[in-house]
Design a protein around this ligand. Structure first.
Ligand code: GAL
Length: 812
């Protein structure tokens, strides 16, 4: 829900400690660091980030000014998220606290403000992974992070105010969809107040429907707020649907008036869509859709979860636009509202999940977990993108009492969406609506997925919520063959999901590499499970996902085409990730052949990769004066020699070689020369490989490989304008070591030095090594406006710079 507020994100004083004196209004905090929100208690290293490093409490202080409060008005503090537990004080008085860092909380500051509405706020944030707070208490495969990691705002609300708005579209596919609107009014007025509640439904600023009702807001109970619910029904007529390619959004604006005066206004966003999980799959707006998805951790190098709007949104853009996925699972906690806003706007479906990981704690812990479910559903139940609530602790054992409670809470607060609960045990007890299961059974050569019925034991809606992940950790700097196999494993699982009539889809593990605890990941404390690395730089698997969508042509070669990278220096085949109908391969400008997607290996996938196993094509016939049939024979023998060695050739091949010697003068030396030129690519300059992708006979994409020379640095920023508004803004800058054809040099050891000049600064270290041929970093605004120049130097290559611009947009 949005409404006018003062944003309290800039200029907090921060002490990396908790001490009673920090709570006192008179404490001189001028010596403390100045920080802005979102903020992480500590800056973490990229590798070997330790949970111990943030296992302490830090104090954030700043003055607040709610202005002189009119009678009955209240100043409410909204904290979007503070990892992992927080205590809030105003002028030294405790206002309240919150356990759990992934859900928002609201506190009433009013009783502690002075007559002018001012006071000094202190928020003590405990970053310890406390066993009494979900997800902690057991072993967890992700870091909890720490700090005032989301935004904070102050709202002054009148005696009767809109505390919440719930919007429930129904019959959206009919000619007369309806909208049920619940407006929760909270009152601290001394007497019951008669109010009128007006709601308008707006599309791009135009009112498309209206409704009104009256309500009696109850009197406060001994000063404590009481609430009532006003329910309205709207019939907007024909509506634009929220669809993946065109996610139409509507605003619902609420105005509350009393005695002829506007008392309060608020608005929420909604969309009209029908999302159903059925035993025969997932249906969006009546059409079956096999869900291709990825799991996302809200995790960024150096700052953990604490990134502002644009970085959170950028992840959704990468998922939709670069990877073409249709669903994201928020593993394993409610994530930034900015990310979810982008999901609503870009058409990315969301499976949102309560905080947890395998461990179920005691009764108190469980009641906190139920409260997390409540906070999650309340926060996000108006979002059209959210199609499923995760109400089980990820991969935990059955616990009927606990899960009856989580399911009941989610269903009571939102009867319109199904629940799921992610498990890793087949045949476990299903209290949810959708059987959601992590299927890690694929090992490269076996089937991609277990049959649904083997897992569910009943005919119920079924969604695969994780696969691949730790079964095949793959670093961005791994051997090419491993990076390729990583991509193919994801595609084999997806192929199996597409083939199964009773699987709603498959959500891969995972979007980006993430730091973790000792028990998981490589020795660097990173789980290299992402299809992108932690800096959001794509691995080969990213091309596998990207090629499954139809919005833009994709043509990515799954090899650097460097023989020495491969076993026995042999390029035996070439995988091309593409959504084109066919691809044509050229060697130094000459056509080698035309190749089709490998439907035999991936019968159900929308776009199987093209697998080129003949990299010589008709070149020998054209250049070496062999007849067509003999050229094919020579090629085959050379190919066999590639596999078994010249000495391993069979008698028949040797006979042919004798015949070629007699017929064409192909001596042993000449045969070796042929082999080296056509197969090994020795001699001359580096071979230039070009690919062209055709759809409906039209060339729609090209790709090239040609590695020669030392290469250069390529520096690209995600945007050219940063906008500082309710808080600072960031921009990711990606540095890559590339060759002349633009191919990333995965095995480089280049070190880069980073500098920012002007209205911004670099987040994290400024001297870093490229990892897997690339490295990204984020620059942030620092209060100024105007040019921001980012320079990247290295000892090896010419320095590069990107010129950005910072705008300051005052908050309305
Ligand atoms: C799953 C778990 C994930 C992650 C993944 C690694 O079992 O749910 O959080 O640990 O394994 O593949």
């Amino acid at each position: 829900m949005s409404r006018a507020a003062s944003h309290l994100n800039f200029g907090w004083r921060f002490a990396p400690a908790a001490h009673p004196q920090y709570l006192e209004p008179g404490f001189d905090d001028s010596g403390l660091a100045v920080v802005d929100l979102p903020h992480s208690l500590v800056e973490l290293p990229h590798t070997h980030a330790l949970a111990e490093s943030y296992a302490f409490a830090g104090t954030y202080r700043r003055p607040v000014d709610a202005g002189p409060l009119a009678p009955g008005h209240r100043a409410l503090l909204h904290v979007d998220g503070a990892l992992t537990a927080s205590e809030v004080y105003l002028d030294g008085h405790r206002v309240g606290g919150h356990l759990g860092g992934w859900t928002p909380f609201t506190l009433d500051l009013t009783p502690h403000l002075d007559a002018s509405g001012r006071g000094v706020l202190a928020v003590v944030v405990d970053g310890t992974e406390r066993p009494d707070v979900p997800p902690f208490g057991g072993v967890v495969d992700y870091l909890g992070y720490a700090g005032l990691s989301r935004e904070v705002r102050l709202e002054v609300v009148p005696p009767v105010h809109v505390a919440d708005v719930v919007v429930r579209p129904s019959a959206v596919l009919s000619s007369s969809p309806t909208l049920e609107v619940g407006v929760e009014l909270e009152s601290v007025a001394r007497r019951a107040t008669r109010v009128r509640v007006d709601v308008t439904l707006q599309r791009l600023g135009d009112v498309v429907a209206r409704a009104e009702t009256s309500a009696s807001a109850p009197a406060a109970a001994h000063g404590a707020p009481r609430s009532c619910l006003a329910v309205l029904r709207m019939e907007p007529g024909a509506v634009d649907l929220w669809q993946l390619q065109d996610p139409a959004l509507y605003d619902l604006v609420v105005t509350v008036t009393g005695a002829g005066e506007v008392l309060d206004t608020a608005s929420v966003r909604t969309g009209f869509r029908e999302a159903e999980f059925r035993p025969d799959g997932f249906y969006l707006n009546g059409e079956r859709l096999v869900l291709r998805g990825l799991n996302r951790h809200q995790s960024f190098p150096y700052v953990g979860a604490a990134m502002p709007r644009s970085a959170q949104r950028r992840d959704a853009e990468i998922l939709v636009r670069d990877l073409g996925v249709q669903i994201v699972r928020l593993s394993h906690y409610p994530q930034s509202p900015h990310f979810l806003d982008a999901c609503d706007e870009l058409g990315l479906l969301v499976f949102e999940e309560m905080p947890g990981w395998q461990h179920i704690g005691d009764a108190e812990w469980q009641s906190r977990a139920v409260a997390d479910v409540e906070a999650m559903v309340r926060r996000d139940r108006n979002r059209p993108s959210v199609v499923l609530w995760g109400v089980r602790i990820n991969e935990s054992p059955d616990d009927d009492a606990f899960y009856a409670a989580t399911n009941a809470r989610a269903r009571a607060l939102d009867p319109t969406r199904p629940t799921g609960g992610v498990r890793n045990v087949a045949g476990s007890r299903l209290l949810e609506d959708v059987y959601t299961y992590n299927d890690f059974g694929h090992r490269g050569t076996n089937r991609g997925l277990r049959p649904a019925r083997d897992v569910t034991r009943a005919r119920v809606p079924y969604l695969v919520t994780e696969h691949t992940g730790h079964m095949f950790p793959t670093k961005s700097y791994d051997h090419e063959g491993r990076r390729l196999e990583h991509a193919l494993r994801h595609l084999r699982v997806l192929d199996a999901a597409y083939a199964a009539p009773d699987v709603a889809g498959a959500i891969g593990w995972c979007f980006v590499d993430y730091p973790t605890h000792r028990e998981f990941g490589s020795g660097d404390r990173i789980c290299h499970h992402g299809v992108l690395d932690a800096f959001r730089v794509p691995k080969t698997a990213a091309a596998g996902y990207a090629s499954q969508q139809d919005a833009t042509p994709v043509l990515e070669i799954g090899s650097a085409m460097i023989p020495g990278e491969l076993d026995a220096s042999e390029i035996r085949s070439l995988h091309v990730f593409t959504n084109c109908d066919e691809v044509r391969l050229f060697r130094d400008g000459e056509e080698v052949g035309t190749y089709l997607p490998d439907r035999d290996a991936y019968p159900a996938l929308p776009h199987p990769p093209v697998v080129v196993t003949d990299l010589v094509g008709r070149l020998i016939e054209r250049h070496e004066k062999f007849s067509r049939r003999d050229a094919e024979r020579v090629k085959r023998i050379l190919a066999t020699a590639l596999e078994v060695g010249v000495d391993g050739l069979c008698v028949r091949s040797r006979c042919w070689l004798t015949w070629f010697r007699l017929r064409y003068g192909l001596t042993r030396d000449k045969a070796i020369d042929l082999y080296l030129r056509y197969v090994a690519g020795w001699g001359s300059s580096a071979i230039r490989w070009d690919l062209e992708g055709y759809t409906d006979g039209v060339r729609v994409a090209t790709a090239r490989r040609c590695t020669d020379g030392a290469g250069r640095l390529d520096v690209q920023a995600d945007t050219d304008t940063l906008v500082e508004s309710v808080t600072y803004d960031v921009c990711r800058v990606v540095v890559r070591h590339v060759d002349g054809a633009g191919t990333r040099q995965v095995h480089t050891d280049v070190v880069i030095h980073l500098e920012a000049e002007g209205a911004g600064q670099i987040i994290g270290p400024t001297t870093v090594a490229l990892v897997g041929g690339a490295r990204a970093f984020w620059v942030r605004t620092n209060g100024g406006s105007g040019p921001l120049v980012v320079r990247v130097r290295s000892d090896r290559f010419e320095a590069q710079e990107v010129r950005l611009h910072v705008e300051k947009v005052p908050v309305a």
